[in-house]
Design a protein around this ligand. Sequence first.
Ligand SMILES: [Fe+2]
Length: 207
Amino acid sequence: MKVEKLVVGEMQANCYLAWDEQSKEAVVIDPGGDADTIVDAISRNSLKVIHIIDTHAHVDHVGANDLIRQKTEASLFIHSADVSLLQDLELNLSQMLGREKNFLPPTGVLEDKDKLKLKGFDLEVLHTPGHTPGSVCLYGDGRLFSGDTLFAGGVGRTDLPGGNFKQLKDSLEHKILKLSDKVVVYPGHGPNTTIGKERRDNPFLAS
Ligand SMILES: [Fe+2]
């Protein structure tokens, strides 16, 4: 799997393109904004985008959903518990950020342990509620796309509508800490890290 990170939108969210080098089949994870930048990266790498996946429905991660769907005709997936947030200006935070916006419903919904299959790699869905009820991490090929569940040295906020700190702690303990130390983590904001580094250094993962 090859990965390119694009930092998009006012909130500097990480959008990831992940693809199989041979077939060029790709997923776009969290198209949060700057649709032109994302479309440029797709064509620069000659990618065929099969799926768009939102790790959760906050506007800084879904802002360019509809434009990227139009340009690529890819299917859009989000966890079932975050579907309603796409249409909810308060819960998707677009109201709070001063640009009220809602988004089209997904093509299909994700549930825990679902596998998205592409040529060359699979992505397994880990339902990790806490930041939002339908937050997910995507795991495949020794990599974890962690959305706003886990950052280098931190975790996602749980004080926003729908957030729940106890759920986040449970998600970290029962899903994230089960992974091997070698797994490379690609968070929704900020730099990459590894599970091993976070297990050692992240104060929120300390037992
Ligand atoms: Fe978020």
